[in-house]
Design a protein around this ligand. Structure first.
Ligand code: SAH
Length: 231
């Protein structure tokens, strides 16, 4: 009888373990085929991409497409970025323990979660109130204690917590908001899509060394527009 219970327990444990994340195989394949194959090699970034359950950040109706190679609609006219772009922006930001990050455009919360696996704290701002609430709830449910979300217009950054070692802007504008450049720490890195918000932009990396700003233009990308709250 005891042996039976033991077998039963280990069997149900096995089932539970395997049911815990039925998407793990798809996620590991995503990292191999979409991310490593395209040149991302930072071990911390790859580890975070292998860990964060992307399927829990997309609408339930499209959960089966969570690991496909593209952006996805998350409601309110917004999207969760393509996995490769999330990995690319993460790697470009040179995330490390000890660093503090700011993200503009929380959306689903996925990019914030990926960064939060690596850096100390992620501050993240979302302008659509429903998305801000949903992503904050999701991140709490998933146990991310080092993400500080807020509703608001990220154009002005978050001066109370500046300076930031990393600033990721995940919405497009025709210029880099000056407050974000001002809130970048010495040695910091800012990544943002800059160009025509209605069509195509370029991903730009901004670095600050001895107070001097350097901009590097990277790849063409397509992000939703950075909006402004009406005054
Ligand atoms: N990083 C997100 C995807 C971003 S989509 C993710 O991982 O899911 C871009 C997001 O930026 C949208 O949710 C949009 O509502 C938000 N956004 C647009 N303008 C903004 C602004 N001025 N401040 C904060 N968020 C903004």
């Amino acid at each position: 009888m005891r042996l039976f219970a033991l077998i039963f327990l280990s069997f149900s444990g096995w089932i539970f373990h395997n049911q815990k994340d039925p998407f793990e195989t798809a996620r590991l394949k995503m990292v191999e085929d979409q991310i490593i194959a395209r040149g991302i090699s930072d071990p911390a970034t790859l580890k975070a991409m292998r860990k964060v359950p992307r399927h829990l950040f997309v609408p339930a109706a499209s959960i089966s497409e969570a690991y496909t190679d593209g952006p996805m609609i998350i409601g309110y006219g917004q999207t969760i970025s393509q996995p490769f772009i999330v990995a690319y922006m993460t790697e470009l930001s040179q995330p490390e323990r000890g660093k503090k990050a700011l993200e503009i455009g929380t959306g689903s919360g996925y990019q914030a979660a990926v960064l939060a696996e690596i850096v100390d704290t992620v501050y993240t701002i979302e302008i659509v109130p429903e998305l801000a609430r949903e992503s904050a709830d999701r991140l709490t449910r998933l146990g991310y204690k080092n993400i500080v979300p807020k509703y608001g217009d990220g154009y002005k950054g978050w001066p109370e917590h500046a300076p930031f070692d990393i600033i990721l802007v995940t919405a497009a504008a025709d210029h880099i908001p000056q407050p974000l450049i001002d809130q970048l720490a010495e040695g910091g890195r800012l990544v943002m899509p800059v160009g025509n918000p209605a069509t195509v932009q370029e991903l730009i990396l901004v670095t600050k060394r001895k107070g001097k700003i350097t901009e590097t233009r990277l790849v063409p990308v397509r992000f939703v527009p950075l909006r402004r709250l009406k005054k």
